[in-house]
Design a protein around this ligand. Structure first.
Ligand code: SAM
Length: 328
């Protein structure tokens, strides 16, 4: 029997982001803890078979959408087979992937065959030099090749994630939006979040309203209706465009009232919110031989107390927090 998780605020929780590694082949400052984010050694990460078992437990609780993320998920050995098995798990309706695209050129077609529906590729600059400065890696051409391969592979949607930072890459907002004119891409602009507390620079922050104003200078933008798993982005189409532009504003206008997601870290910690400072540790339960029913009970009980609204202030006191550890 499949149960549903409805939290104490009446939200149906049916989406899990699963980080399969906290290691990455890039070093974006906004994503790492100030200490430099020493990656877990492989033994601190759950085995993929344990993550897969947890995925099955989550489907038994009515979770239907899974996003595989990291760190950089494609650096983890066995990622492709893991993704295929997640997609084949009864009850799973949608598998999405977030990647920096660096390893994607050779993996896009197999990932599509493995059942990835939607792929989000992070790209913060169209200039190889600026890309290297932001990411700490001279891998722009690899990432672009990954995007091209993704567009060839026939995913339901290929989305480009750009974190907009004033004085760093905000001069490229229009160029990114123009990519949607001739390409069936969804370019999503994301507010730069204080996700790595001491590394966050207020002066780099730009609101999505400011970003949207820039995009509007390119032409009329018509709103696009959300699809079943549409998420929090406000989506528009520029007149005459093949693709779409999306605006995500986690800082200036949170979407907590409609949030349906949980996050599982590569080490087996369950978070009810990106900004949670507490977590349910599933690794000790697995190590102590917990049954699926015991896991499901613990998960359901914890998910019920998902906070009504995210607490960014509490989060910003937790100096070791970062997207690379939590999973983006
Ligand atoms: N390595 C993969 C990638 O680059 O897409 C997946 C993990 S990454 C943490 C997922 C997403 O989180 C990326 O789109 C990244 O830009 C975003 N992200 C990380 N730190 C962020 C921050 N401080 N503000 C906004 N987005 C952030």
């Amino acid at each position: 029997m499949t149960l549903n998780i409805t939290d104490d605020h009446g939200r149906l929780v049916d989406y899990l982001r699963v980080s399969i590694t906290d290691r990455c082949n890039l070093k974006c400052e906004y994503c790492r803890p100030p200490s430099g984010g020493q990656p877990s050694t492989p033994c601190q990460m759950l085995k993929l078979k344990d993550l897969l078992r947890l995925v099955r437990v989550f489907t038994g609780l009515g979770v239907k959408k899974f996003r595989v993320t990291g760190g950089e998920p494609l650096v983890r050995k066995g990622a492709l087979s893991f993704i295929r098995q997640v997609r084949q798990t009864p009850g799973v309706e949608q598998v999405a992937l977030t990647t920096n695209g660096v390893l994607l050129a050779g993996m896009a077609a197999p990932l599509r065959q493995a059942g990835v529906g939607v792929i989000n590729i992070s790209l913060d600059s169209l200039s190889p030099e600026k890309y290297a400065a932001i990411t700490g890696g001279d891998l722009f051409h690899e990432a672009r090749a990954g995007i091209d391969a993704a567009m060839e592979a026939g995913f339901d949607a290929v989305k480009i994630n750009m974190v907009v930072m004033r004085g760093i890459n905000d001069d490229e907002v229009e160029d990114f939006a123009r990519l949607t004119m001739d390409n069936k891409l969804q370019v999503r602009f994301i507010e730069y979040m204080p996700a790595t507390p001491s590394g966050w620079k207020r002066e780099k922050f730009m609101t999505m309203d400011q970003v949207m104003e820039r995009v509007r200078t390119l032409g009329v933008m018509a709103p696009v209706n959300k699809t079943r798993w549409g998420g929090p982005a406000k989506i528009y189409k520029l007149e005459g465009a093949m693709g779409e532009v999306g605006f995500i504003s986690p800082v200036t206008s949170h979407f907590c009232a409609s949030c349906n997601r949980l996050r599982l870290t590569a080490g087996g910690s369950l978070l009810t919110c990106l900004f949670s400072t507490d977590r349910l540790e599933l690794e000790p339960m697995l190590a102590n031989g917990a049954s699926d029913v015991q896991l499901a009970q613990a998960i359901a009980g914890y998910a019920k107390i998902k906070p009504a609204v995210r607490d960014m202030d509490a989060y910003s006191r937790d100096m070791e927090k970062s997207m690379i550890r939590v999973g983006g």
